[in-house]
Ligand binder design. Structure first.
Ligand SMILES: CC(C)(COP(=O)(O)OP(=O)(O)OC[C@H]1O[C@@H](n2cnc3c(N)ncnc32)[C@H](O)[C@@H]1OP(=O)(O)O)[C@@H](O)C(=O)NCCC(=O)NCCS
Length: 138
């Protein structure tokens, strides 16, 4: 889990705001962290938390957080690959829905991966505009 921090911090971290890269639930037993490596170097990470969002009328849900790829490794399919590994694991844990609070700049990326927008954009103080997105896993 600690390995994800370096990338999260450099890609998602905002000076003075720990919550931009340090998430509640990181050490929970039902949380899982995925990473993609190039030449033994971690280049892309994503983390998944057993955490229901009350906007969705489904008991078992996973939240995606900390989706980040190092800049010089982007658009090479690493994040897609991590999500495609995660979806069956989530389903195996009896969950059919994954959601995230997506930064606006990443919205089109999530849409490519089958996520849909739920509701209006909102501001996360100090971090920026976000939108709630979800994907059903069948
Ligand atoms: C968003 C992010 C995680 C995508 O990672 P990535 O490893 O480059 O993504 P992939 O290469 O797997 O991209 C999958 C698809 O989405 C597209 N895509 C990637 N980033 C995109 C973006 N910002 N906007 C639109 N499409 C995007 C890719 O072109 C690819 O499409 P294709 O299969 O048609 O070619 C990465 O750009 C990043 O770390 N951004 C900064 C941090 C961030 O915003 N994280 C999300 C926080 S909610």
């Amino acid at each position: 889990m600690k390995d994800t921090f370096k990338i999260r911090r450099s890609v998602l971290g905002i000076e003075g705001i720990d919550s931009s890269y340090n998430f509640t639930g990181d050490n929970e037993s039902d949380t899982f962290h995925l990473g993609a490596f190039v030449d033994n170097n971690l280049v892309s990470v994503a983390s998944f938390y057993f955490n229901p969002n009350p906007n969705f009328n489904i008991d078992n849900q996973y939240q995606l957080q900390g989706m980040a790829t190092l800049e010089n490794h982007r658009k090479q399919g690493f994040s897609r690959e991590l999500l495609n590994v995660a979806f069956p694991i989530i389903k195996q844990n009896f969950c059919n829905l994954v959601w995230c609070n997506a930064r606006i700049e990443a919205r089109a990326f999530y849409e490519k991966l089958g996520f849909e927008v739920f509701g209006d954009e909102f501001e996360v103080e100090g971090i920026g505009r976000h939108v709630l997105m979800f994907r059903e896993i069948n």
